[in-house]
Ligand binder design. Structure first.
Ligand SMILES: Cc1ncc(COP(=O)(O)O)c(C=O)c1O
Length: 365
């Protein structure tokens, strides 16, 4: 039998969640039962707009989808990167993936095909297990990088030999399971360190919208592409952000040459996201941005948040200006409308503003 001890081949270890099953059973027997923090899977429903887009795309999806992602999906991903981080990537610098776990697991293999002279994958010592597994599956050495302050990578601990052999460096901020904050300084430092040594950086940014600052308030996350795409790939998943883990959809974006190579090999291998899922993904933008619930439709539509003394609706400066009279009883500043529980915004006014905002975004397409 291939891969058993007799052949000396690779023997897959027991999957981590399977190992946890036995532990869960034991924990459940303890007084008070189990607090299950094992699998991070979305509990909230798939957004209605995604369900509707999926259903609408079904009948027209008889043909093979594009492995790299259709134009609408690649444009949507590039647009999201620009709106979220101010980073400009051309849609051809985006490749669609079947969720991101398979990319994490297959990237070392693909990059090793491209550059057989390097054989080492560096990854955070406390991290998602698939970074190390992907290295093994790609025939590479998996070398953990110790974590220092704030659970960020301590790259000073990487030996010269490991650095010279390194094909790929994984970073993951916000980090799973450490909870490290997404922070442009250590990300930028990792990119500088890797570029100086000819190492590709893959930044797993699947939790970038679940970030906080030093005092625990929600804060915008950072991307490793902030200092340019050269030698850098950012990996993004819709699983947690848009409650779409079951749909299996994500993308990687960054260095044009690397993305083209990866896209080409994936096309040969038929690694494609089903057409209806690709069609649903561009609308999958009802989620959390900058730490607040945000609805998006061809760009940011409306966000809302509750503070100690008031609530706020975030829209656009042009709209608050255009509806100045109706909004006169409320405090406004640029695109923000403040209201309180004692003096709420009437639902009819909110409906009118959202409709106007939709029209505004659609006119810009
Ligand atoms: C750090 C990290 N990266 C990647 C993934 C893969 O997510 P998906 O394959 O759903 O995109 C996970 C899933 O839990 C994760 O925690």
């Amino acid at each position: 039998m291939p891969g058993d001890a007799a052949t000396g081949g690779f023997i897959p270890p027991i999957y981590p969640y399977a190992r946890l099953d036995a532990l869960k059973q034991r924990a459940a027997e303890a007084p008070g039962g189990i607090v299950d923090l094992s699998i991070g899977t979305p509990n909230d429903p798939v957004p209605d707009i995604v369900v509707a887009a999926l259903a609408a795309a079904g009948p027209g999806s008889a043909g093979y989808p594009r492995a790299v992602g259709g134009p609408a999906l690649r444009e949507a991903a590039a647009g999201w990167m620009e709106r979220s981080f101010g980073v400009v990537v051309d849609p051809v610098q985006v490749v669609n993936c079947i969720g991101t776990k398979e990319v994490v697991a297959s990237l070392p293999h693909l990059l090793r095909l491209r550059d057989p002279s390097r054989d080492t994958v560096l990854y955070p010592a406390v991290s998602y297990p698939t970074y190390a597994m992907g290295a093994l599956l790609g025939g590479c050495r998996a070398v953990p990088v110790p974590l220092g302050d704030g659970w960020h990578l301590d790259l000073s601990a990487v030996s010269d030999d490991d650095a010279a052999r390194a094909l790929l460096l994984w970073v993951n901020e916000p980090g799973n399971p450490t909870g490290s904050q997404s922070n442009s300084r250590p990300l930028g430092e990792a990119v500088v360190w890797a570029r100086a040594r000819g190492v590709i950086v893959a930044s797993d940014e699947c939790y970038v919208e679940f970030n906080w600052d030093d005092v625990g308030d929600p804060a915008a996350g950072a991307t490793a592409l902030a200092d340019g795409t050269d030698g850098v790939l950012a990996v993004h998943s819709l699983s947690k952000r848009s409650n779409m883990a079951g749909y299996r959809c994500g993308f990687l974006a960054g260095d044009g040459d690397l993305v083209a190579y990866i896209g080409s090999v994936r096309t040969h291998a038929g690694m494609m996201v089903p057409g209806p899922i690709q069609a649903a993904a561009p609308d999958a933008t009802e989620g959390i941005s900058y730490g607040i619930p945000m609805f998006k439709h061809h760009g940011m539509l409306v966000g809302y948040a509750a503070f100690k003394e008031h609530c706020s609706l975030f829209m656009s400066t042009a709209l608050t200006q255009a509806h100045k009279k109706a909004l006169a009883p409320y405090q406004t500043s640029k695109g923000t409308i403040r209201f309180t529980i004692e003096k709420p915004l009437p639902a009819a006014l909110v409906r009118k503003l959202v409709k106007a905002r939709i029209a505004q975004n659609e006119a810009r397409r």
